[in-house]
Design a protein around this ligand. Sequence first.
Ligand code: SIN
Length: 176
Amino acid sequence: MTKEIWIFAYGSLIWRPGFDYSDRVKARLPGWSRRFWQASTDHRGVPGAPGRVVTLVDDDDGICEGVAYCLDGDIDQTLAYLDHREQGGYERRYIDIELLTEPATRVNALVYVGDETNPQFTGATQMEALVDTIRQAHGPSGSNRDYLLNLAEALEREGIEDSHAAAIAEQLSLSV
Ligand code: SIN
């Protein structure tokens, strides 16, 4: 019997999963926060001019809300696809998440995390520099500005509030 596999999406996987799934549910990850603290040289930037994308950071007071997908179809192919897509510093982690079903259900999910030991992890940087990067960077998956705006729209559609992403989006529209 194939084991059910859930993937927790907190960035571009929310609006562009790119794989088959049998279920999609709003979900949350207590103890973690979404941050634009990961440099991107393969999707939203290039070597020498990296963009900035989201990762998850440990945060005892935080909760990251996103979307969980239950995988369907050829799972090995999907995992190979995701490993390739997330190769820019992200690692597979298996973490308990809460599916916001009625009642909520706890499942162990695969989460791609770019932690502070990966070379593309930037940590916190000044808002002005971050917004400048996002305004200018461009990579094989498109502009960094579109990544941020797509994320902001996807979070709004899902009814997810994220003050960090919202503050950057607001600064970006002010500086365009
Ligand atoms: C990713 O999946 O980490 C990035 C994909 C994108 O930038 O669209």
